[in-house]
Design a protein around this ligand. Structure first.
Ligand code: NAP
Length: 525
């Protein structure tokens, strides 16, 4: 047995020493960790979590750019099971969230069932044995009854296909792969992109750079985010006043729900958000020419609203230029943009930073996921999702029994805390596993008609949401189908995911019969 799989129960009757577990979790970011915590709390010990990188943390491990922080307060952006009262400011910094996730992993003794540095290549379901076989890049295999894919929506950096990008001869990196060895002090820096990441790293970069060009393709609505460290008296109150943490959590949750309502159900609420944002932006940008570049013309909430009180002040600096002319190419020494008259201007660059976001629609890719039924017919998830990913409640997919997606299709939020959504998904998966255990059924296969109805309903509601009125990373393909966002409130999602409705699923096999038939030792089931 390889060191990777040391200490885990082996499957028997196979040509090679595989390992068999009840649940395999793929990905050790917020959702993978939350799933593992849920299993621990449910008293389950027959699981394994594999993570591609050499430590847990997901986006909070990868995004180490200067200024990286969450723009949602910690008391909502943390697990309800692992609330902490000693954060030093409302919106935690990247390193604090990374530390928090590691603390959670330690506290729940997750590490003994976590394997890092493991790249999953392929996952195949075989209905005859009712088990997933998961293949790793090193050649090892794990079989499992349930597969929880926690690969994230924002884990794969996206680079734009701008001509000449590869020919740039200076220093260059993506915001999610920040190269801290590249000096910025006094140099000419260009940033492409003005999303939530750039809004955080542009202010500290502007402080250091000799000159900064910020290439903005689309303007963003912004709201203030003050994030001063708590005063000592405030920290004492948070720690010692009973119920205060819960009260703040509820208040922030309610505020976020109102933002979601503005985006999805109650358009007039957008008027107040727009007025607030316009006031904030006009207050911070006095120059009418710059204002004209920065204040968007699309409905607020269509793209993700950026929460920052420092981004606009950075853009008004004399040594910062906001370039809104489209980039036509990158040269070995600079970036060329073309103005409305067709005049091209090359701006010299020493350091080129891509703040261009993520391949948010790939979900589980490049992992190949397929399922073979008893008749021998194999379906590939990539084929099923050719026109856009879809899953019932963002979690289960017809044709792929016992596959559970975390932070899957249509579960992202425009306002709110994704941790709330992840915890709801974890609860749903735990309920599915509980029902499998108590019923003795080997697997749950989502009914195709259930997925069709739920996908149609989600898409119908999304068409009426603000997200259908502009382009954004939430949309995919020619028809601009919204594949990332949930169309409703967080509380509604929690209600839908509170328990698994067995009528929506077809049962597959009896666990004992399948186990006997395949001669597989099912750990702990
Ligand atoms: P993003 O929001 O997708 O922004 C990418 C930026 O790059 C956009 O301004 C985009 O312009 C621009 N861009 C892309 N291709 C381009 C091209 N070919 N030419 C010029 N500009 C181009 O990515 P992100 O800023 O990394 O944020 C992604 C998501 O991560 C956020 O929406 C948020 O959900 C999450 N996030 C959260 C936090 C937090 O504090 N909670 C912090 C950072 C990120 P267009 O707008 O025109 O497409």
């Amino acid at each position: 047995m390889t060191a990777l799989l040391d200490g885990l129960p082996t499957a028997t009757g196979r040509s090679r020493p595989d390992v068999d577990v009840g649940t395999l979790i793929v990905g050790g970011g917020f959702s993978g960790i939350a799933m593992a915590v849920g299993l621990r709390q449910a008293g389950q010990d027959d699981w394994l979590l594999v993570e591609q990188a050499d430590e847990l943390g997901g986006v909070w491990r990868d995004n180490v750019y200067p200024g990286a922080a969450c723009d949602v307060p910690s008391y909502l952006y943390s697990l309800s099971t692992d609330q902490r009262k000693d954060w030093d400011r409302p919106c935690p910094r990247q390193e604090d969230i990374r530390t928090y996730l590691h603390d959670v992993a330690r506290h729940h003794r997750l590490t003994e069932r976590v394997r890092t540095g493991v790249t999953v290549d392929r996952a195949s379901w075989d209905e005859a044995t009712a088990r997933w076989t998961v293949e790793f890049a090193g050649g090892e295999r794990v079989t499992c009854a349930a597969l929880a894919m926690a690969c994230g929506q924002l884990s794969k950096p996206a680079y734009p296909s701008i001509p000449g990008r590869e020919d740039f001869a200076g220093d260059s990196f993506h915001s999610a792969r920040w190269d801290h060895d590249v000096p910025l002090k006094g140099r000419r820096v260009a940033v492409v992109g003005t999303g939530a990441s750039a809004a955080q790293f542009v202010p500290p970069v502007a402080e250091e750079a000799g000159h900064l060009d910020v290439y903005q393709r689309t303007a963003n609505w912004m709201l203030p985010r003050r994030n001063r460290p708590y005063a000592p008296w405030a920290r004492r109150m948070i720690q010692h006043v009973p119920g205060l943490q819960a009260l703040r959590r509820t208040a922030m949750w309610t505020f976020m729900e109102s933002g979601i309502a503005a985006q999805t159900r109650i358009p007039p609420l957008r008027l107040s958000l727009r007025a607030w944002s316009t006031w904030h932006m006009r207050n911070q940008v006095k120059d009418p020419a710059l204002r004209a570049k920065l204040i968007p013309d699309y409905p607020i909430g269509c793209k993700r609203v950026l929460f920052s009180s420092s981004f606009l002040p950075a853009l008004v600096r004399d040594d910062v230029e906001v370039v809104v002319d489209p980039i036509v190419r990158v040269t070995p020494t600079g970036v060329v943009a073309r103005d409305a008259d067709g005049t091209e201007t090359e701006r010299p660059v020493d350091v080129l930073i891509w703040g261009t976001g993520f391949k948010a629609q790939e979900f589980v890719a490049p992992i190949e996921v397929d399922a073979t039924d008893v008749g021998g017919t194999t379906r590939r998830l990539a084929d099923e999702w050719r026109d856009g990913a879809a899953a019932h409640l963002g979690i289960t997919v017809a044709g792929f029994p016992n596959l559970f997606l975390l932070y899957g299709p249509n579960t992202n939020l425009g306002f709110g805390s994704i941790v709330v959504m992840i915890e709801a998904q974890v609860g749903y998966v735990l309920d599915a596993l509980r029902k499998l255990r108590t019923s003795g059924i080997a697997a749950l296969a989502l009914r195709g008609d259930v997925q069709r109805v739920s996908t149609d309903d989600v898409q119908d509601r999304l068409r009426r949401s603000v997200w259908s009125s502009c382009d954004s990373w939430y949309r995919q393909g020619k028809d601009g189908r919204i594949v990332n966002n949930w169309p409703g409130q967080m509380v509604e999602y929690r209600r839908h995911t509170r328990e698994v409705d067995l009528d929506e699923y077809e049962p597959i096999g009896r666990a004992e019969e399948l186990v006997r038939g395949a001669d597989v030792a099912v750990a702990g089931r």
